[in-house]
Structures are given as C-alpha cells and as structure tokens.
Design a protein around this ligand. Structure first.
Ligand code: HDE
Length: 704
C-alpha cells in the first residue's frame, strides 16, 4: 500500500487527496499484478498518477515542472499530420497477391515469375474530393491504391475504380482539384461535385467528358469497396530480361462482381452510416470473408498502339475489353486489417514512381507528372525524407543505401564508409544486371508546350460509354447530371454542359435539358474532332451486364418481432449462410425478441438504427400480434417504402402485408416474395441473386 503523500505545504495530504492518489496508484498496482504493462512516459519513466496534474494544494496553480503532463499534452497537440490534398478519406487492409504463372516472356519483374508465389500487399481505397472525416457514399471516383512488397522493392499501382481520368496533362491537376473541392470563399460544399466551380471547370474542359460519363454513372456510388473494379488507368510497360517492351494496362476484377447503390440511397446511407464502406470492409475481413480481385492485364505492342483508334498515351481513353481481352494473371486477397489505422492506413505513402525492374512507365503526360508529385507530397505529409523507415512504407526485401540522417532517422548506414566508391570494401554496390534499367526508348522532337493532335477527340468514347449502358444505367446518368447541374446557380454553366452532352448523345442531352427546365436547347459545343458514331457498344463497361449471379457477400435485413416464426427465421438464416451471404436481425429494440418457439433471439439493430438502405434486400417476418405497434412507427414505414423505391427484393410473411399499404405501395410486384412456408425460401434466395428489380424503377421513380 502506498504511503499517504505529503501535501505541498509539507503537511500530510487530506483524506480526499489520499483517496485520489491512492485510487490511481492502487489501480496501476492492480493492473500490473494482472500482467498489464506499467504506464510510462515516452522516455520510459514510470507514471504514478495519470488522473491529476501536479499542482500546489488541491485548488492551487499547476506546475510547469509536471513533465508527464507537458509531454502528454505536447504529443496530443501534434497528433494530426496534414491530410492528403486529394484522397484524404480512405481505408486500407493487408493481404497478398498470388501469381498464376510465369510472365517471363513479357516482364522480368520478380513477382510475376513463379506460379503460386505470394507477394505481401497493402491496399488503400479512398474518395477523392472530401476531407478525412467526410462520408463514404459521396458521388466520387474511388482510389484503389495497391502497394506490393516485392522481392525487388515496392511496386505501387496507384489506381482508381474508373479507367480514365478528367484531364490529359498533370499541369491541370491543381485546377480540377481546386474546382471540385469546397469553394474557397464559403468553404462548402464538402465532398460534393454538385456546385458551380466544378461544373464551370468541367464545362470549359471538353477532355473531361468521357470521365464525366463515368462519374455520373453508378460507378461513382459503389455499394462497397469489395464490389468495385480497379484500374491502373495509364498505359505502362512490361520489360523482359532481353530489354523488350510490351505495353500494358492493369485491371483488378472483383470476385463477387460489381454492384452500386442508387443516388437516393447513397444520400440516406451517408446519414445513417457515414462509415458504410469502412464498416463493410472491416466486417468482411474480421469475419473471414476475405475480399478478392483478379489481376487482369491488357497487353499490346507498338503496332496495336499505332492502329488503335485513340492514342494509348491519352489517359482520357480506354481500350475496350471486347477489342483487347484482358488476361488473368493473378489474384489479390485482403485478409488482415491494420492493427492501427494511423500507423498504417494514414501513414502509408503510395508513389507511382515505385516500380520494380521489369515494370516501366509510358509517356502518358499524366503519369509523368504524377511521378513528380507523389514523392513531393510524402515529404510534406509525413514530414521527413525518412518516411520509408515507417514499417508500412519500408520494403520487405533487403535494402542497402548510403542515405543518412534527417528527421526521425531510425537507422543509418553502419561502418566507416557512408559513400561509394570507397577503398574499404564497405557498403553496397550497384548492379547493371539486377538493377532497374529504364526501357531504352528513343525520343526526339522540339521542346515545346504542346498537346498532341492524337489527344483531340473528346466525345467519341464518352458516347461509347453511354451507349454501352443498360437503360436503367443510362437513366441514372441522366438523373445524376440533372441533379448535379440543378445545384449549379449560374445558368450559363448548365447550358454549356448541355451543349457538350449534345455531342455525346442527343437523347441524354434532351433528358437533362428537360430535367433542368431549360427553355432553349443550346447549340452543340464546338468539337475539335466530330464525335464518332461507329464505335460499337462495349458491354464490359456496364455494371448491370456484369452483375453477380449469387447473393454471396451481400446482406439481408430481417425485421423480427415477438412471435416471429422461429422455424422460418432459422431456415432463412441457414439458406443465407449457405450462399455466403450475411444478415442482420432488426427488432423494435436491440434487446431482441421472443420467437414463436419461446426462445429469446437477440437483435443486431433496433429499427431506428437500421434503415433498409443499409441492406441489399429485406425480409419482413413480424407476428400478427406486433403489427399494431409496427404500423404506428414511421421508421418501419420508411424501411419498407425505401426498400421498394430502391428496387430491392422484399420477402414477407402474411402478417406483414399491411406494412405495404402503410408504405404507400399500392400493388406488390415480382420483387415482393411471399414467405408462407420454409420451401419458399429457395425461390426468395434465387431472386436475391439478381440484387435489384430494375423493371420497378420507372414505376417508383419520382421523375417518370
Ligand atoms: Fe493522385 N495524388 N494525382 N491520381 N492519387 C495523390 O498523393 C496527383 C491521379 C490516386 O491511398 C496524392 O499521397 C497528380 C490519377 C490515388 O494514399 C498526390 C495527378 C489517379 C491516391 C496526387 C494525379 C490517381 C492519390 C495526394 C495528376 C488514378 C491516394 C496524397 C497528374 C490513376 C493514394 C498522396 C493513397 C493521391 C497527385 C492524378 C490516383 C497529391 C499530380 C490519374 C488512388 O500526390
């Protein structure tokens, strides 16, 4: 037992003081006995009291001498590092890349040489425009940045979930980002492109039109990171041991298929669970459902590049998969969450210039600019050139160099020679054979600020993207454009955008112009190159044509009450688990319910905390006896009305029928499936695998 301390004036501490001091000290003592570590300062000094700062007398001034207090507050004051200028909001996970077989014919990159070889990976997904604390379901491009810790150094494939970009030259990047972020005078809107400055810049930048089609499509409101594609965007090179180069485009294909949400749903998810995407990834990995992507590559030579309709160096263009089929080469599995978000996800430093021997750059002017930007940004954000000393950024292969000192140096070269050549046979040496050798491309030309003529067609692939979509997806693009432009206060910007849409697809332009209530259709924008109408649709660009055929990885929200049919509930839960799907039980209160067999069933959510936007589909399994109180709950009405409006499948028992009328649903359709007995469940699951009943959309749409 600690001795009663003396108070500052030398007298024995008051009883009150003694209690406080002993309370904290005693607790520490007890924790230490339980095998827990002793609390120390950052210098390692044991701490006796972490509850009270040092002061003179119980009500007197605090003392500067209190080194524990000062160190604690000093460190707290410095907890934040600058957030990323773009992609500030992000979430990461560890995993591995497993290679299917040798790609030695194309590349000497070590990770692609052997079948079955695993390379550790860290992946960070992000939104672009919003701040670190913004909501997950913003309409935005998603970052898909992959760090592969290869045996020949780190390879960072810093991609997006959209295969093209807004601009063709890196020098325009600050402009597009300034335009999309909150406006500098009023400092809003946060994480939204629906405002004047974004559409002003876009409407004055025709090269962005292809990307605009993607960002206005459902690609920009993904259901989860697990259901997104990833793209390296630029053309890169693979270089083999003989120094021969093949052009390559990288694609990540999600094993569970693609899926997005609807805009009305996205807005509501942002309110109900701003961490929807984070939570989804965390929950999937923590429960052992490891998300997986296949790496597929489009390979092509100079001859293909010369004959292709567009310039392969232009990052606003893609090569349709129907023209050049991507080849599967390996898989990426995410199987471990970071131990600490800040240490790993926040401090991870991706850099496009991190490439191992065998992977090289093309002259894409966006990629060339990025190769400058990412190193620069890391120094600003992480504050020291030694950011590679952080475990998340350090290579996992042996590394030796003569770089030394600087802020936060955790290691320095040892020995006498910190330079080379030296006479002491000390330190590492370069290797012409093993080292990175850039592809020996021959470049000639006048030194000028110039955009290639071959980059001049801004509308043809925008049109190709639009005509490749299914009718619901086309409708979503038109609605998104109408919504975004309706938030633009300057009429001339709205009109200018419609003039670009006229160069893309007339029907789209008409729908948007009508939606905006434009009094006069403007003339089409001047086009440097007329839009080509001979490009075939590319079904690979549609989400819905590539949807999954199972409910695997998706989540059902099941509404239960006292008296819920226990056998039916159990059968439904079993069938979902067999599909690899998950579910949550939603009850009037989180304490749970007593089912028809008398057993207590704990709930995952109370109805107020679980709107149906958080689920891919819902099942309504209330008992008759609970209906009166359910019908009185506005949140129950919204639960059903939203699920129906968002074209979700709804399983229901007979007792639940009055809920449809309450939700304003006049007639049930094929997406509402009666669950009268256990054998109806297999039919319900079959419906669920289609994810949405799109034929319902025109009926429920407010605009149609
Ligand atoms: Fe980035 N980008 N970017 N970008 N980018 C950054 O680097 C930049 C571009 C992308 O999860 C920054 O570490 C320029 C295209 C992702 O940590 C910065 C240009 C693509 C991430 C930067 C581009 C991307 C970033 C900010 C125009 C898709 C998040 C913080 C030439 C292929 C990585 C940081 C993570 C982050 C610069 C364009 C993807 C400032 C100058 C195109 C996924 O360096």
């Amino acid at each position: 037992m600690a001795k009663a301390p003396k108070s500052s004036n030398g007298t024995t501490a008051t009883i009150h003081e003694q209690k406080l001091t002993r309370g904290a000290g005693g607790e520490l003592h007890q924790l230490a006995q339980k095998g827990q570590d002793l609390l120390t300062t950052a210098q390692g000094g044991p701490v006796s009291d972490d509850q009270n700062s040092l002061r003179i007398g119980p009500r007197g001034p605090s003392l500067l001498e209190d080194f524990h207090f000062r160190e604690k507050i000093f460190h707290f004051d410095h907890e934040r590092i600058p957030e990323r200028v773009v992609h500030a909001r992000g979430y990461g996970a560890h995993g591995f890349y497993e290679n299917y077989g040798s790609l030695a014919k194309y590349t000497r990159a070590d990770l692609f040489q052997r079948k079955g070889e695993r390379t550790p990976a860290f992946v960070r997904f992000s939104t672009v425009a919003g701040s670190k604390g913004s909501a997950d379901l913003a309409r935005d491009v998603r970052g898909f940045a992959v760090k592969l810790y290869t045996k020949e150094g780190n390879w960072d494939l810093v991609g997006n979930n959209i295969p093209v970009f807004f601009i063709q030259d890196a020098i325009k990047f600050p402009d597009i980002i300034h335009a999309v972020k909150e406006e500098p005078d009023c400092a809003f809107p946060q994480a939204q492109s629906a405002h004047d400055s974004f559409w002003d810049f876009i409407s004055l930048t025709p090269e962005s039109m292809h990307m605009i089609m993607w960002v206005m499509s459902d690609r920009a409101i993904p259901r989860s990171f697990r259901f997104m594609e990833g793209f390296g965007v630029h053309t890169f090179r693979l270089v083999n041991a003989k120094g021969e180069s093949t052009f390559v485009k990288f694609h990540w294909k999600p094993k569970l298929g693609l899926q997005s949400v609807m805009w009305n749903e996205a807005v509501k998810i942002n309110g109900a669970d701003p961490d929807f995407h984070r939570r989804d990834l965390w929950t999937a990995i923590q429960s052992g459902n490891f998300p997986e992507w296949e790496l597929q590559i489009q390979l092509f030579d100079q001859e293909f590049a010369d004959n292709f309709e567009f310039d392969v160096l232009d990052p606003t263009k893609l090569i349709p998969e129907e023209i050049l089929a991507p080849v599967p080469v390996g898989r990426l599995v995410l199987d471990r969450m970071p131990d600490n978000f800040f240490a790993e996800t926040e401090q991870v430093a991706f850099m496009t210039q991190n490439v191992p021997p065998g992977i090289d750059f093309s002259n894409d002017p966006l990629l060339q600019g990025r190769n400058f930007s990412y190193l620069d940004t890391q120094l600003k954000r992480l504050g020291s050139p030694n950011f590679t000393h952080l475990p998340i950024n350090a290579p996992k292969c042996p590394f030796h160099h003569f770089q030394q000192d600087g802020h936060m140096a955790m290691r320095n070269p040892v020995g006498r020679a910190n330079y080379q050549p030296n006479s002491f046979q000390e330190g590492p040496r370069e290797s012409p054979d093993r080292g990175f050798t850039p592809f020996a491309d021959v470049e000639t030309g006048a030194k000028r600020r110039l955009r290639a003529e071959s980059f001049a067609d801004h509308y043809s692939q925008a049109r190709q993207f639009f005509i490749s979509q299914t009718p619901p997806e086309q409708h979503h693009i038109a609605s998104a454009l109408t919504f975004e432009l309706s938030k633009v206060k300057t009429p001339v910007i709205r009109e200018r955008m419609v003039s670009h849409l006229l160069n893309i697809e007339e029907g789209l332009a008409d729908e948007v112009a009508t939606g905006l209530g434009l009094k006069k259709i403007p003339k089409p924008a001047d086009a440097a190159v007329p839009t080509r109408t001979d490009l075939d649709p590319s079904p690979a660009l549609s989400i819905l044509t590539k949807g999954p055929d199972r409910f695997e990885g998706r989540k059902l929200g099941i509404l239960i009450t006292n008296g819920t049919d226990a056998a039916l509930l159990k059968a439904l839960q079993g069938a979902l688990t067999k599909q690899g799907a998950t579910f949550e039980l939603i009850a009037p209160n989180v304490g749970g319910i007593r089912a028809s067999d008398g057993n207590l069933v704990a709930a995952d959510q109370m109805i107020d905390g679980a709107p149906s936007v958080l689920y891919d589909a819902i099942a309504l399994l209330p008992a008759h006896s609970a209906m009166e109180s359910l019908l009185a709950e506005p949140t129950v009405r919204d639960f059903v009305a939203d699920a129906f409006a968002h074209c979700k499948f709804i399983g229901y028992v007979a007792a639940a029928e009055p809920l449809f009328a309450k939700a304003g649903i006049a007639a049930l359709d094929d997406g509402c499936i009666a669950l009268a007995r256990n054998k109806d469940i297999s039919g319900f699951i079959l419906h669920l695998s289609k994810l949405r009943l799109w034929s319902r959309e025109p009926i429920v749409s407010m605009r149609d």
